[in-house]
Write a protein that binds this ligand. Sequence first.
Ligand code: MN
Length: 130
Amino acid sequence: MTTQRILIVEDNPSHMKLEKLALAESNYDIHTATNAKEALEEVQSFQPHLILMDIQLPEIDGLVLTRKIKADPKYQDIIIIAITAYGMKGDKEMAMEAGCDGYVPKPIDIETFPQLVADYISNKNPVSKK
Ligand code: MN
């Protein structure tokens, strides 16, 4: 199987660090972006299999960004998992409505996060189904 590419979109340095740390022992190729512009550039050049999408981003938020990515047929198969700190009822629904494939509330659980990501990748990634 090809090394799976993961894009972490997160503007908060400590959350970014935690997500990278949680996935450090899994064999992924990881790129990062701290805003929507960087994320869109990475989607084009890096072509991630999965995106960990912070919802609260400066300027363009993660929901708008997700809609933008999923609107492009080239990128519809990218698995997008919303990572949100809203902690409010309805944020999951908002994420799913925007086209996210999954939802994880912050702070992530470093123990369970790697398996969760692996499950999303193995279930939905067309590459791994071959
Ligand atoms: Mn944020």
